[in-house]
Each structure stands twice: as C-alpha cells, then as structure tokens.
Design a protein around this ligand. Structure first.
Ligand code: ATP
Length: 408
C-alpha cells in the first residue's frame, strides 16, 4: 500500500477566513489511484515548522505533497524548507527563468526581480510546469520518498497535478485494479457480506463507491500481490453471487443489452414516474435497436388506459401507483408491441403525492415475460425526485437481468 500525506502550507489557512480545499481535491485523485491519504497538516509560513512537518510526514508516508508557498514573495518558503530538510542546495535553473520571463513578456510586462526566486529549484529536482501560472512545481525523490511541491491556487495546482504530478505517484509500483459492480444492494450490506474477504487483505487496497442502486467494489494491489487480489476477487464473486452484474467499466444497461442480444428477445417498456428514463438508458447502448422495440411514457391515467389498455376500473380500485396497474401496464405494452418482454414502472417520485400507505419513493416495477407469470415488485426508494427516478430504472433493469440469468 502506498501512503500519502498532504501539507497545506500558508498562514492564511490558520485564520478563520481561509479553508484548505486543495487537500480534498488531491485526496480524491489519490484515492482513485489506490493511494491512501493517512494524514493532512496545515502549516504556517514558518520554515522550521514546515521542516518539522516534512520530517514527521516522511517518517510515515511514501508520498508527501505540499501545496502553497511557491510564489515570488518573501513569505513563500516551501522550496527553501524542502531543500534544507533534504540537505540540497537551491540552484537557479536558467530554463525555468526563461519560461517565467517569457510569460511576463507575452503580457507586455517586465518580470519583477522577485520572480527570479521562482526559478530556484532544489538540486536534482524535476520541474513540474505550471500551465496556469508562473510558479513551477517541483518533484523530488529522496530516501525512498516522493516529494511534490505544488502551487497554492487551486486552479494552478489542479492543472499541474493532473498532467505532471499524479502520473509520477507510485510509478515504480504499477497497480492492478479490479472493479466489481453490484446493483440494488445497500453499501452497508455489501461491506458486511465482504467482511471475511476484506478483513484478511494485506497488500490489496479495498474501496466501496456507492451511487443510487449501484455499488462499485475496487480492489487495488501492487503487481507483486496479484495473487492476493485474484483470490479476493474470486471469493467476492462467490459471496455476492448473482448480485455482481459486471466487472470493469460496463453499465447495467450494457450488460442487459448484451443478454438480450444473445437471447434474441425483444422488449418494450411502459413508464410512468421515470418519464422515459428507462427507455433512454436502454437506448444509450449502441445497437439497442436489435432488442428495443418501443417505449411509452404513460404519465396520466388516461394515457395508461388509452396507450396500454390498463382497465379504468383497475386504476379506480387500486390507484395508479399499485401492483395491479404495474402488472396491467407490463402486460399491456408486451401485448401491444408484440414482443417477448414488457417492463412497466409506476411510482411516486415526489416531493408531493405521497400518502401514509404509499409514501414518496413507493415504486412498482412489473415484468411480463412471454409464457411466464407476470411479476411485480414493490420498492421503497429514498431521496429526491431524480434519485427515485434513477433507482426505479435501475431496479427495472436489474429485475430483467436476474430474470434472464434464470434463463426465462
Ligand atoms: P502564488 O504564486 O499565487 O503566490 P503560491 O504557491 O505561493 O502561489 P500561496 O501564496 O501559498 O501559493 O497561495 C495563493 C492562494 O492560493 C491563497 O491565497 C489561496 O487563495 C490559495 N490557496 C493556497 N493554499 C490553498 C489550499 N490548501 N487550499 C485552497 N486554496 C489555497
């Protein structure tokens, strides 16, 4: 595992008026690369304090990232502190000086003398170009540690980091990543189910990323621990079984699309509360015309009756958001479109329209498959309107997937 530590340098962040946001950005990018940020420090513009912080950080982390204090003014002392800590002299780098002078010249200005300091680089350091500012960054390797000195302004730091910094992190230790995708299980449940696997991991990192109706399980391991990663993945597949719908970057609609194409089945959808989202997701997949026949948005009661032949009596008796209506919609669209599978969604996306019996988030998904009994599932989704709509489309796709896995 690679451990990283971030030093946000700047006395202004020790006041109540300025927040360190750079470390949030850096942490996100590092996490995506499987690097664990184990500590962050905010340090004022005082050389001895910065040296102390570098000393502490380099004892426990492999990657140390400093942000701020690369500017031309006298209180910008990050490079001096790092050079002193690593026992390196600062050297004037003529190529860097030319780049900075050129930057001023292009704007019709003469470079102020103070900016010469920005061309002073600790000996042996690699210059990280600054696409959005004058202060170059610095990369240093020393005692098996990687040090990055980045500018403070987020707009400068982000561009430099993405292009020149991040690719260097852990460059000697290529990582293997394996992503397993799970639909319609809560994050806490997945985490609990995977307890026996994750508790034993030594060199392999493990992260769960959750979004509505979708969990990504990431395993990351250095190449020399590929075996551990492979067995963790194998055990995960066993523990989660059919809940894992894909590996790698595939979406649920792509997986369902592939299954439909392979089975030669055609589908049609009837949507109420999702307003066409399910059809839209299905048709996001290139080639979906081979299996997607039509989608109907039947929002009003009248549309359900006129376009899907839902009996008026059923709506009156059970309400538009109900098991019998979802059933009638699914069967109706299947019959009218003359296809193998009909899927229907009816629900309450809110914020209004909920009742004690059917609160906001209540959704019924109907699945009518030729030669089989129609199935309707009731769901209770959390969140706002968009979230409930997405959850509903996800649930419908997943019901179809599970049904096809059974071979129906
Ligand atoms: P400059 O050339 O602009 O002086 P610098 O590398 O010296 O760049 P600082 O002077 O330390 O950077 O900071 C410049 C500005 O960048 C700060 O006023 C602040 O707005 C922003 N900044 C610095 N550090 C952070 C941080 N950790 N998070 C968010 N913003 C920051």
């Amino acid at each position: 595992m690679i451990f990283a530590e971030i030093l946000a340098i700047g006395s202004e962040m020790l006041t109540p008026f300025r927040l360190d946001t750079n470390s949030l950005y850096l942490t996100r990018t590092l996490e995506e690369r499987g690097v664990a940020v184990i500590a962050k420090m905010i340090v004022g513009d005082v050389q001895d304090r910065i040296i102390e912080a570098l000393d502490l950080a380099s004892r426990r982390s492999n990657v140390i990232i400093c942000s701020g204090g690369l500017g031309p003014t006298i209180d910008d002392i990050t490079k001096e502190a790092a050079a002193s800590f690593l026992g390196l002299p600062l050297e004037l780098r003529p190529d860097v000086l030319v780049t900075i002078e050129e930057r001023f010249r292009r704007r019709g200005l003469r470079m102020p003398e103070g900016n010469r300091r920005q061309a002073m680089i600790p000996a042996g350091g690699t210059v990280l170009p600054n696409p959005n500012g004058s202060a170059p960054g610095v990369y240093l390797e020393s005692k098996g540690r990687q040090f990055f000195l980045l500018p403070g302004p987020p707009f400068e730091l982000e561009a430099m980091w993405e292009q020149y910094g991040l690719p260097l992190v852990g460059k000697d230790r290529p990582l293997q990543r394996l992503v397993l995708r799970v639909a319609m299980l809560p994050e806490s449940k997945v985490d609990e189910m995977l307890g026996p696997v994750t508790g034993r991991l030594r060199a392999t990192g493990y992260t769960i990323l959750a979004s509505p109706g979708e969990i990504e399980i990431h395993f990351l391991a250095p190449e020399d621990s590929a075996q551990e990663l492979a067995s963790a993945a194998e055990e995960t597949r066993k523990l989660l079984g059919h809940h894992v719908y894909a590996e790698g970057a595939q979406t649920l609609e792509e997986v369902v699309g592939r299954m439909l194409r392979e089975s030669g089945k055609k589908i049609a959808v009837a949507e109420s509360c999702t307003g066409g989202l399910l059809g839209s997701r299905i048709t996001d997949v290139p080639g979906s015309s081979t299996y997607f026949e039509r989608g109907v948005v039947a929002y009003s009661n009248r549309a359900k009756v006129e376009l899907l032949s839902v009996p008026e009596e059923t709506i009156r008796r059970s309400g538009a958001v109900s098991e019998p209506v979802a059933r009638a919609m699914a069967e109706g669209i299947r019959r009218l479109a003359r296809v193998d599978v009909g899927i229907a969604i009816t629900g309450i996306a809110g914020p209004d329209g909920g009742t004690a019996e059917k609160p906001v988030g209540t959704v019924f998904v109907g699945l009518a498959v030729e030669g089989n009994e129609t199935v309707v599932e009731r769901f209770s989704f959390p969140g706002g309107r968009n979230r409930i709509k997405f959850f509903s489309s996800q649930a419908a796709l997943n019901m179809l997937r599970l049904r096809m896995l059974k071979g129906d």
